[in-house]
Every structure is written in C-alpha cells, then in structure tokens.
Design a protein around this ligand. Sequence first.
Ligand code: APR
Length: 238
Amino acid sequence: MNGEVRQWVRTARHIVLLSGAGMSAESGVPTFRDTQTGLWANFRPEQLATEAAYRSDPAMVWDWYQVRRDSIAKVQPNPGHRAVAAFQRRHPGRLTVVTQNVDGLHQRAGSPGVLALHGNIAEDRWLDAPRACCDASRLRDGRPPACSACGNLRRPAVVWFGEMLPAAELEAAEAAAQTCDLMLVVGTSGVVYPAAGLARATAGRVVVINPEPSALDDAGDAVLRGTAATMLPELLAG
Ligand code: APR
C-alpha cells in the first residue's frame, strides 16, 4: 500500500469515492466490459439498454432485467463496500459516494446519501409520463406490468444509453467533485460520460484503484493496481 495515499486519506477534508462495476465484482456481480463473462457479453448495450429497444420488445428487455435483479438480490456487499460505509460512520460528512452502479450494494452496506447516477435496478418507474389513471391500484401484472386503464408500461428505474442522468444527483455529484480535496476512483473503465468526467473536473487529488489499466489512469495522481475489496479496507482503515 502506498503510504503517501493513506496520508492523503487521513488529511483530506472531503473525499469523493466514484465507483463503477469493478466495485461490485468481488460481490459476484459481473462487470460490463469484461468480454468473456460481462453482462453485455451476448448483447451490445445499445441494442438492449435503450428506450428504443424497450419499446420494440418490452418483454425481452424486461425479462433480461428480471434476471439481473434476481442475481443482484442474492449477492452481498463486499469488504470494499463495508470499509467505505464504516469510514462514513466514523467520519460523518467526510466521504460522499458517487456510483455508476445500479446494484444498491453501497446502500445495503450502510453508506448514507449515495448519489446513484445511473439509477437503481431494484426500482421501477413509468415508461411514459404518468397520466391520472397511472397509479399502483391499477397496476396490471405482466412482462412488464402496465397501467390497466391506459396501457402505460412500467420500466426499470435505470438510466439507459442516450438518456439524461437524474439532474439532482448529477448536480450534487458535480458540486462534490469540484470541492473535494481527494477523489478515489474505484473499479470503473472510465469510458462512460458524464460520470467519468467527474474525475477530470476535480481540483483535488485523484487516486485510481483498479487491477487493470483504465481510461482515467492519466487523471490519477496515484494509480493503485489492486481490487476494491483488498485496497479499500486498508486505505480507509483510519
Ligand atoms: N476491483 C476494482 N476494479 C475492478 C475489479 C475489482 N475487483 N474487477 C474489475 N475491475 C475494473 C475493471 O478493470 C474495469 O476497469 O472495473 C472496471 C469495470 O469497467 P466497466 O465494466 O466498463 O464498468 P463501468 O466503468 O462501471 O461502466 C460504466 O457503463 O454500461 C454502462 O451504465 C453502465 O454504469 C455502467 C457504465
């Protein structure tokens, strides 16, 4: 472990932890861009995780999300998630989690105020703007469920390709990135914007934690080649 980085953690007033799929890899959630076993191995993301794909074959995309939901419900936060939450308990207000992950594992580990830029896979919302009839009492079961009065479909509350990020979360994440004095960039390939841009928008130091090279390595004041579940407990021990 790089002693200098531990010193940065000890002295930082405000830390942002920006996480990606690699944060949850050791919980058993496959990453996106691992070509052998990744979630997108058999699909091109833009074919599946888009509004157009959902509208053209809602049952197929809904089923694909149900499989992901079922597998995520069975996994647990790993020592990396738990080290982050424990640090936040010991140092209230000193660390903000900004995540691209939709798996809810930071939240389940006990992290407060997680800024989930890409939504939460456990939740649904209406596909079209809800009308007066669209309420829970009229929900008709199905693949996907729909409003029995107007047919409006439910959809996973995740951000699809081509969609805007939730404005409040993105604004809060940008403000945190701009004002923090240390950003830990954990388990992201750094190729999906605007999330990856947060690491370039900070005036603070940037530490990249990733066992493999990433597109954000050049933004790092330090690059630690290790995994989330091994590096974070050590780094955030104080
Ligand atoms: N610990 C830390 N990093 C890891 C680990 C681990 N145990 N295992 C893998 N990694 C790294 C990989 O080396 C890779 O750089 O995690 C990264 C995962 O990258 P991606 O699969 O591209 O995931 P992510 O960066 O989160 O993708 C961003 O793309 O498809 C969209 O919306 C989706 O939020 C996702 C976004």
